[in-house]
Design a protein around this ligand. Structure first.
Ligand code: HAM
Length: 427
């Protein structure tokens, strides 16, 4: 392989046509699914003021910003996520809009993360958000769009599932177990990490760093082993606050079951989500074998719009990245073989026919067909080879004798059949 003097930056991707085909397949499913649910597409600038993220997105994302000072002395950053941009766009225009607002977008995002499987420094992320509806029906709708987006690509409940939690429920449960209000942020952060580290380490963290009583720490970790609705209902039967916090989750699951999507959803309080702005139901989509990082994450964020200076509007949405999804599709052999295709390839018997061939090609293109031919002199055998390589369904052999009769020879590349066809009939 020839080496290049300029290598690609680590964590960034080139998209030659065979790789772009996968991206287009994913974008097609995302766009089509969004439209089936009545969402409208929007976009914003890839470069945003730094302040849009500081304090709103939380430390994890702020530590990963691709930020710099521009020539106008502005503190700017490449967008690491879309939600603050959405909030900003709506802050300026939501007042005159009918609610709820259903918008989707497929931005390229940038995060200065260490490259690893499923994590790059850029990715495309499908964002689907409903703004202006506080009822749980909006949460249901959003998760259903995400599930259906993956189903549109051929994935099933054997391949992926949504793990759902609710920050209000987790708060009530932790309170019932004896975690104090001051210990809540530290405990939330630990719950988020609990799955990725040994229980002993989590226990030590809770007691030594968060200051939770050892018996409370054991109860918290025990509760996380099974946080299904049934388990929580039984365990906290005497706690009205937990009972009330379970209600929206119960309604959420029942609605998804009514849609026929129950197999895709499970309640799991270890899902906290790293971003700071979530206020209610949160969820992440994972592959069932649990080999990959999360495919998608989202939830309710009822205060963000107000924070960026807009109307106080409740909102819920998700972001689904193309990187982990591409890996999952590849693991499940769901990526179609890359194939080039052309309606026609024109083969010239000699260069003398080029002017007529150009006329024929152009008329065919005007009628919407895809047409190609060699751009410099080649023998007929070579031209036939190129036609096959480019995936032409039909070859038009443009020769002097047929042209004299206002026709060409048409060869069907699948059946091999060949016949003479008049130019009028062809175009
Ligand atoms: P997030 O969890 O930060 O959420 O990202 C959502 C998804 O984007 C992840 O599950 C993952 O598939 C993908 N992703 C994130 N970072 C990377 C990376 N470095 N490389 C590849 N893929 C990545 C958000 O961004 C929220 N703003 C989503 C949201 C929309 N919440 C409400 N509306």
């Amino acid at each position: 392989m020839a080496s290049s003097a300029f290598s690609r930056l680590p964590g960034f991707r080139d998209f030659p046509p065979e790789d772009l085909a996968l991206r287009s397949l994913i974008f097609g499913a995302w766009r089509q699914t969004s439209r089936r649910y009545g969402f409208l597409e929007y976009d914003g600038p890839p470069l945003e003021p730094l302040d849009l993220y500081v304090e709103k997105s939380g430390q994890e994302i702020v530590g990963q910003l691709y930020n710099f000072v521009d020539k106008g002395e502005r503190n700017v950053t490449l967008r690491p996520e879309m939600t603050p941009s959405l909030a900003r766009i709506l802050a300026d225009r939501s007042r005159g809009m009918s609610k709820p607002i259903r918008w989707f977008s497929m931005p390229q995002l940038f995060r200065y993360e260490r490259q690893q499987r499923g994590r790059l420094k850029e990715h495309f992320q499908w964002n689907v958000d409903i703004v202006g509806e506080s009822g749980v029906a909006a949460d249901v709708e959003v998760l259903a769009v995400g599930i259906d987006g993956l189903r549109a690509l051929g994935l099933t409940s054997d391949d992926f599932a949504a793990r759902v939690s609710d920050r209000r429920l987790l708060t009530a449960v932790l309170g019932a177990l004896g975690v104090s209000e001051q210990q809540l942020p530290g405990t939330f952060a630990l719950v988020d990490k609990s799955e990725r580290q040994p229980k002993e380490k989590s226990r030590a963290h809770l007691t030594d760093e968060v200051g939770v009583d050892p018996s409370v720490a054991d109860q918290v970790l025990g509760m996380l082993d099974d946080s299904s609705i049934e388990a929580l209902t039984e365990r906290f039967a005497d706690r009205d606050d937990v009972g009330a916090a379970l209600e929206p989750v119960r309604e959420y699951i029942a609605s998804l079951e009514a849609m026929g999507l129950g197999d895709f959803v499970e309640v799991d309080l270890t899902i906290v989500r790293g971003l700071a702005y979530y206020t209610g139901i949160v969820f992440e989509l994972f592959d069932c074998k649990r080999e990959l990082r999360s495919i998608c994450g989202g939830g309710r964020y009822d205060r963000l719009l107000e924070l960026v200076g807009g109307e106080a509007l409740p909102a819920v949405g998700f972001g689904m990245g193309d990187v982990v999804l591409g890996e999952l599709l590849s693991d499940r052999s769901l990526i179609p073989e890359y194939q080039r295709s052309l309606d026609y390839f024109l083969v010239l018997i000699s260069e003398e026919q080029r002017p007529q061939a150009l006329g024929i090609a152009h008329r065919l293109r005007e009628s919407g067909k895809s047409v190609a031919y060699v751009l410099s002199e080649r023998g007929v055998a070579k031209q036939m080879k190129v036609a096959a390589k480019e995936g032409a369904r039909r070859v038009l052999i443009v020769g002097p004798e047929e042209l004299a009769r206002d026709s060409v020879l048409v060869k069907d590349m699948v059946s091999g059949e060949q016949s003479e066809v008049g130019l009028d009939e062809l175009t």
